[in-house]
Write a protein that binds this ligand. Sequence first.
Ligand code: ATP
Ligand code: MG
Length: 687
Amino acid sequence: MSIRERLAKLNPRQQEAVRYIDGPCLVLAGAGSGKTSVITSKIAYLVQECGMSARRIAAVTFTNKAAREMKERVGTMLKGREGHGLTVSTFHTLGLNIIRAELKALGYKPGFSLFDPEDAKALLRDLLQKDAQVDADQINRVQHRISNWKNDLILPGEALSHAADQDEHYAARAYEAYGRHLKAYNAVDFDDLILLPVVLLQNDPEALARWRRKIHYMLVDEYQDTNISQYLLVKLLMGERATFTVVGDDDQSIYAWRGARPENLVTLGEDFPSLKVIKLEQNYRSTGTILGAANTLISNNPHVYEKTLWSEMGRGDPIRVVVNRHEEAEAERVAGEILTRRIKERAEWRDFAVLYRGNFQARILELKLQHYQIPYKLSGGTSFFSRNEIKDAMAYLRLLINPADDNAFLRIVNVPRREIGPGTLEKLANYATQRECSLFAACHELGLEQLLPTRAVERLGRFTHFIDGVRRRMDSGDAIAAIRDMLIEMDYEAWLYQNASAPTIAERRLANVWTLIDQLEKSMQRDPEETSEENTASENTETDSVEAAISRLVLRDILEQQAEEDDSDRVQLLTMHASKGLEFPHVYLMGLEEELLPHRNAIEADTVEEERRLAYVGITRARRTLTLTLARQRKAYGELMDCTPSRFLDELPQDELEWEGRADKEDPQKKQARGQNAIAGLRSLLN
Ligand code: ATP
Ligand code: MG
């Protein structure tokens, strides 16, 4: 389809948004109104109608899944080489690319490590425990605080001088030490992927000029969930030219807890007075009933921008609310329904999505789906990357590209067993601290022999020698072959078999490790096209791209916690947070109960509005049918608790709901209450 034909399919407002390229543009519109469609069409328009090179265009969004979907949609529009060099990625991947290209300017050495939140926590724990015993809660709080500072672009100095109380002061001091250590390890954390590029572009006019030359047009999806650092990144990259299009929906802002600033929508208008704002009003996704329910629910939140949404899809089926005895019955019900509906409606498995508030809710459902042999895909939860064997393999990869990565060193120095015990490691760590060097470097130092028995020194030496050998082989030839040889040479397979309770488990673990290496290889092959010109110009392209590929793997792990890009025919299980931007013909929303949705923490913190937006996101994923389920009893905090139906059920248009499973029999009087106020009746039964 030509771009003209494609444009003709869009409504006049969408066309206007696609065609407007002279200045900053904001598309502000509700769910399913075609915002993402505007972005994908606009990329094709820029390339095919305006003759802009795809290399000069960067489109960013929030999750890998969304980036992948967007890439696919664009892929069908651009032909042959038209799309080469186009960046369609998450914010964090864009940041990672900038950091990789600007390592020198940033003061990092080649082969830096990307710490995932767990690594970061381990480092923080070490730092905090130097002075006193601290509990896990405290560490989490400090980590969260540091993350928020980074998202707000507040550097340690400022955090210290503005600390309001003792707790903040404590966290700010930890922030400072944490930053220093990360740098010493030649490592960055997840939030640094945005923070470092912003700080660089603010302070280094040459780097700024380089990136402005490189990126001429930016498109941002899900703009309402940008944090301050992300907004500044866009603003810096675009500068005065302000050639960007951002699309968003303030009603779908669901990441405030992670530093997102929906008020960035307002800031945009202030920072760019020439901003063109386009509103879209037609929803192309959902039936009138579903859309009506979503609109009614969200009208309970205050609004800065008034939006109206209508649909031509007809009324469709009523929304069903299914009350179950307990959580197991709820899961059973959902699984059973998917099974029968698939047959009745000739639906495919992939047409169904089950959404929930927290990953823990998926466990029972998984068992039921397995029981009925329904294929499913779980996003989040126990991921490929959180498997032990993958963590080990990743630690090897990280150590290979950055020997100063102490976390990686500690994870695998004795995996497979090399008779290097905790006593040895403790002494080694003390020595490294004294010498202010990494553990790996400390192994090479002569002074170690005074502290450790000869045998221990030899064992450490053998290990570092082994790693150095692999590094040399990687540098001089086929890096992937060197990595494969390494796994064989150290007989990782035997180690897996020794440690698994059954051979089939070991087999699966081994297969996982090879899958990881295959993915790494694939990712390297893709690399030349994706790297910016600045990168490919570097001297050692081979290792450079292994490093790049490894960093990307680590990033993918953090972002999506899911390795397989599995788009086969499966029921999708995901949290409401992860469902943003997606759509499915049949949606089940589980656990519509107080303390679950809205979440207990949100009720306590008085942030129910964000939970309402989350429910709005969930509801608006549905195209044809929507089923809301809840349980009367649920295990929580180790006990069986009575549940109260979610207040959000009260807020939906009651005559559009079809209730099932109300326990009328238990109380004949309640029968009369039916149809008056369904939820009020239900509530009294439940309490
Ligand atoms: P969300 O807020 O959930 O991210 P969105 O505003 O990004 O939604 P899209 O995902 O772009 O909406 O579009 C929703 C659905 O409507 C998609 O299936 C898309 O293909 C379809 N659609 C968008 N625009 C049109 C149009 N002009 N005509 C027909 N279908 C359209
Ligand atoms: Mg979208």
